[in-house]
Design a protein around this ligand. Structure first.
Ligand SMILES: [Zn+2]
Length: 566
């Protein structure tokens, strides 16, 4: 209890400011964020089975009209169904397609429609709803990061149109359950009607084209495997089609490339990287996850995106990231960033999808790590480590990698290089590449076409690492501190004292350090010194400063100084 009245007044005066300061640090979320980012009661009672999307874009007015049929399984009776459709798109009508077609009432709140469902729907049966809609969807501002629809023209003046909506959500251009936790088990059919001089390329396989009398054509694409809805895409252009095939772990895989004719030669040269990339990723991650739907690259007017079985490509047929190396080491110029990174997402992002976008590091961290593995595939293990370390210069440590759950919030952009550096550190501590390979393949098998959370991934990695990675995950995913490896070696070099500092309490990352032909294993404790005696060979060959080349930790070492007392 404070008995000083003056101090009490000061504290009261300060309080509102303190509260304000606290508030401003915390992101503020709205009801709309909760509707978007959580499994609301209006979402929870039904389970997606299939989407049938039929759209007709108007390339002149930058508008769209169409309908989406949503097939779902009824888990338990629900009164209202939440469907997301972002403004300014308008819903025209909603029908329940049962024994008879029945019009349904709905209310709209912000970017959501709450549809009143008919009575008498039984659990464990299926339902079908059709939503008609139209409007002028959000135009992409800086695709793919600030996405929507890019209505552009190619160099020859032909329409060149593409969707991109990761983060923003598929509901920016079609009505859906806009949350990653639920994917349509039986896939999606996408029919897009365009002028018949053009072509639409969507995900999966082309199953039909319908010529109409008004000089338009409908391109019907079918995706048979579950798909995250931000992957569903529409790409319109005056494309030509190149074909190839890859014989991999799942048999024959069709490779289809849809590109602008003026880029044919460059595409043939650049896409030669697809097969080695697939070979490398199948080696490390297991079979390509979408053999049924095939593999495609489709040229788009923006950099690129991991659209499942239909990777959007706009890297200008250059190696690196638009000709740049994000690692600054030169290794990143040996391959095409978009071919490699976006295809890596077929395993991490599309096959294994995070339930909440707060866990998006599962997509970006592992996929960023696929770049390290491909560098290693081409140029050797040291090159891979150098690439991984080089990419650390992009780490900002501005905020945690994990976002806020249930409000459609992502964490720091560090989810790319820092999560990848974390994975590389775990790998180095395992010092067993075959084990690592088994782990990565195990993840893609165990969670094949599934939705996961960070604790689920943590559990599996711990099994293969041989120790709990809980502390590592806590350190790198929830704090912005870089652990420090502190050491003091004795004057004669025979004794080594070491510990971790600047780390969470249960941070545990064993270090396996090469010392000549030997490997020295250290298990530093946080804020607690340990001492070992080194062998003559270790004294000669140990270079502790090199640890940071392989582990994302700072090194803070010195030689013991003996102070003579008079
Ligand atoms: Zn990515």
């Amino acid at each position: 209890m404070n008995r000083n009245p003056l101090l009490k007044i000061c504290l009261i005066l300060l309080m509102p400011f303190a509260t304000m300061a606290q508030k401003s640090n915390k992101p503020q979320f709205t009801k709309a964020d909760t509707l978007r980012g959580s499994i609301t009661p209006e979402r929870a009672w039904w389970n997606l089975q299939h989407y049938d999307i039929q759209v007709r874009p108007n390339l002149v007015n930058k508008a769209i009209e169409g309908s989406v049929k949503i097939q779902f399984k009824i888990i338990r009776q629900g009164k209202r169904m939440q469907i997301d459709l972002q403004q300014p798109l308008l819903i025209d009508s909603v029908f329940y397609l049962g024994k008879k077609r029945q019009s349904l009432n709905y209310t709209r709140e912000a970017n959501v429609a709450m549809i009143n469902m008919p009575f008498g729907m039984k659990a464990n049966t299926e339902g079908l709803v059709q939503i008609y809609y139209h409007g002028v969807p959000r135009e992409a501002i800086r695709a793919p990061w600030d996405g929507g629809i890019s209505w552009t023209k190619d160099e020859l003046g032909n329409p060149f149109v593409a969707t991109s909506c990761q983060g923003l959500g598929a509901s920016v251009w079609w009505p859906c359950k806009d949350h990653q936790y639920d994917e349509p088990e039986k896939g999606v059919t996408i029919s897009v009607r365009v002028p018949d001089s053009l072509m639409n390329v969507s995900n999966g396989r082309l199953i039909n084209t319908i010529q109409h009398e008004d000089a338009t054509k409908t391109w019907v694409w079918q995706v048979k495997e579950p798909i995250n809805n931000y992957s569903v895409s529409m790409n319109i252009g005056k494309y030509i089609h190149l074909k190839d095939e890859f014989v991999g772990e799942g048999g024959k895989l069709d490779l289809n490339y849809y590109i602008l004719p003026q880029n044919k030669e460059e595409a043939e040269r650049q896409f030669a990287q697809v097969k080695p990339m697939l070979k490398c990723f199948e080696h490390w991650f297991g079979k390509y996850p979408f053999y049924q739907d095939g593999f495609k690259l489709v040229e788009v007017p923006y950099l690129g995106m991991e659209h499942q079985s239909n990777v959007a490509y706009g890297n200008k047929y250059m190696n690196g990231y638009l000709g740049r190396d994000l690692s600054g080491t030169g290794w990143g110029l040996k391959w095409d960033f978009i071919v490699v990174h976006e295809s890596g997402h077929e395993w991490f992002g599309n096959n294994i999808t995070s339930k909440d976008i707060a866990d998006m590091w599962i997509h970006e961290g592992f996929t960023n790590y696929s770049e390290t593995l491909f560098t290693e595939w081409l140029s050797g293990k040291e090159a891979g480590s150098a690439y991984n370390k080089g990419a650390r210069k992009n780490i900002r440590n501005d905020k945690p990698i994990l976002g806020v759950y249930n409000v459609h919030n992502t964490g720091s952009g560090d989810m790319y290089p820092k999560a990848s550096a974390m994975l590389h550190s775990i790998r180095m501590s395992m010092n067993n590449d075959e084990k690592l390979r088994q782990l990565l393949r195990h993840l893609n098998k165990k969670f094949y076409h599934q939705i996961v959370t960070t604790p689920m991934i943590e559990k599996e990695i711990s099994l293969y690492a041989g120790y709990s990675v809980k502390g590592i995950f806590a350190q790198y995913l929830t704090t912005t501190q870089v652990p420090s490896f502190d050491y003091i070696s004795s004057m004669d070099g025979k004794t080594l004292k070491y510990r971790y500092s600047n780390a969470v309490k249960d941070f545990y990352l064993p270090l396996q350090i090469k010392a000549g032909k030997e490997v020295l294993v250290l298990k530093p404790k946080v804020d607690q010194w340990q001492t070992i005696q080194l062998t003559p060979s270790q004294i000669d060959n140990l270079n502790l400063e090199k640890i940071e080349n392989y582990y994302y930790i700072n090194i803070n070492g010195r030689k013991e100084v003996q102070i003579k007392m008079n």
